[in-house]
Design a protein around this ligand. Sequence first.
Ligand code: SF4
Length: 91
Amino acid sequence: MTRPIQKIDKAEYQKRLKKITELFSGMVVHADHLSTYRCPYKNRLDECTAKFGCQNQRKPQKVGDPLLCAGDDKLDYRSAWETEEENNTSC
Ligand code: SF4
């Protein structure tokens, strides 16, 4: 059983497209601003999701839980990251 093809109302389509664009534009602006001070590896629970060492990582209260982030969102977090290149030079 096939359904008949519905005609697209171009004006309605443009209206919805404009609404969606405005919605996402606001989200992008907010994310852009947030990324200037909040580490992208810090989740909403202040847990660290990075798969590398960082000076801001703290042990969780329960064994097996994710590491916690002690970053204060005020500093440039990137200087705290421990890159492999840095680790290799200490050998
Ligand atoms: S511990 Fe470091 S890498 Fe992890 S979320 Fe905090 S600042 Fe980012």
